[in-house]
Design a protein around this ligand. Structure first.
Ligand code: GLU
Length: 417
């Protein structure tokens, strides 16, 4: 993984796009850094009676278009720079799909796999207690991210509601259905990845059916994207997780790979594969479509030079370094950027929040239909901007759309101390 500061990557992406807009330079400067960042240390009791300390953050990047919104990550690499970048990407993601939110992100620097369930629960409740003054259904709404899911969101909601002596399910999204979660939320990031892939292949007059696909990362986003791409007729020939990759020339049985990973913890050793591949070999496999679905900076300029796919759809946040982006633009590889391709997660979070506020649940079909409308509308607007603004790539087009929307909201409401 390239050692690039993701916050600097975000700022570079904003500068690249700002040059194509009429937005005032002072306003652009304001859109390049978070409004506030909480940096804190959690002291948590361990099962053996000792006490451990954990670094934790919440960055609220921009709230011009609505409440701050974004996930919480549990990973040893979590840092202030990473959380700041991820919170900025949330601002532009919500703007590009036109849902009424700003952007935020949080994280705790630890690997939850090294801790018992009750220790992870105590870390989560300690974190929820720290961020309680910052969050609320109309203020800042956390959600899952890497290594967090329904379980952690249920604990967060319960901690908040207990301390506030209220019921407020919309304070956090990505909950289990029994705690007020939405149908379709778990699948939503993978679903928008599939929809974005289908749209870009249509745009290129190729059709997704029969396209060969490599998916790097087999967590929530990657495994669902692989399954849904398989369902629309693509052939998933290579997948990897943090421990390595597998390849099958005639296509992998994605459901069977998922069962294998559930049983053994990794895709490696799957009996239906022709061969094992390194993580890098999956990124550079001879396929039509590459889906990076792991962490940021997975593809640097060196790897980008060896990428054989001619379309990349980013399920992860920030998987390409800015240098990799330049290489791929020069090589005419189409990259559907993260802020659109993986926006299904936050879009269905928005639907969950709407349902929570109405105390009324939608069917899964309604969720998926509305999601498809949001993603295809955003894709159409993206392509329109790509063609009319003469920008070098789809990422810059996405930032042009997003920056203009955020700047318009700021302009409409005016600057006020
Ligand atoms: N963590 C997800 C993302 O990066 C979802 C955020 C949300 O649902 O608020 O988009």
């Amino acid at each position: 993984m390239a050692d690039i500061n993701p916050f600097e990557s975000l700022q570079e992406q904003i500068d690249d796009a700002a040059a194509y807009t009429d937005v005032d330079g002072d306003v652009i400067e304001r859109l390049k850094r978070p409004e506030r960042v909480l940096s804190t240390t959690l002291s948590v009791d361990m099962d053996d009676g000792s006490m451990e300390q954990f670094r934790a953050y919440r960055s609220q990047f921009n709230g011009d278009r609505g409440p701050y919104k974004g996930g919480i990550r549990y990973h040893p690499h979590v840092s202030e720079a990473e959380v700041k970048a991820l919170s900025g990407w949330m601002v532009y993601k919500c703007a590009v799909v036109d849902i009424p939110y700003g952007g935020a992100k949080g994280g705790v620097a630890f690997d939850p796999r090294d801790y018992s369930d009750s220790e992870v629960e105590r870390v989560t409740r300690a974190y929820a207690t720290e961020i309680r003054p910052l969050i609320g259904a109309d203020r800042d709404i956390p959600a899952p991210d890497v290594n967090t899911g329904q379980r952690e969101m249920n604990w967060l909601k319960d901690t908040y509601e207990t301390l506030e002596r209220t019921t407020e399910p919309g304070v956090v999204t990505g909950k289990a259905p029994s705690s007020g979660g939405s149908a379709g939320r778990v699948e939503a990031t993978g679903r928008s990845t599939m929809l974005a892939a289908r749209e870009v292949f249509d745009y290129l007059d190729r059709g997704i059916e029969g396209a060969t696909v490599a998916v790097q990362g087999f967590g929530n986003a990657g495994s669902v994207a692989a399954r849904l791409l398989d369902e629309v007729g693509a052939s998933v020939v290579a997948v990897s997780d943090s421990q390595g990759g597998i390849y099958a020339a005639d296509g992998l049985d994605v459901a069977a790979v998922r069962d294998h990973k559930r049983e053994t913890g990794t895709v490696g050793g799957f009996a239906g594969a022709d061969e094992t591949l390194s993580n890098e070999a999956v990124l550079t496999a001879d396929v039509d479509l590459l889906v990076p679905a792991a962490l940021e900076n997975a593809i640097d300029a060196d790897i980008a030079r060896d990428v054989q796919a001619d379309v990349i759809v980013e399920a992860a946040n920030g998987p390409l370094t800015p240098d990799a982006d330049d290489v791929l633009t020069n090589r005419d590889v189409y990259v559907v950027p993260d802020i659109l391709a993986n926006a299904g997660g936050v879009t269905v979070s928005y639907f969950e929040w709407v349902q929570n506020r109405q105390r009324f649940s939608w069917t899964e079909k309604r969720v998926n239909d509305e999601l498809e409308r949001v993603i295809t509308d955003a894709f159409d607007r993206l392509v329109d901007t790509f063609e009319t603004y003469d920008v070098p790539n789809l990422r810059t087009a996405a930032y042009v759309v997003a920056i203009e929307r955020v700047a318009e909201a700021f302009d409409d409401s005016g600057n006020w101390p």
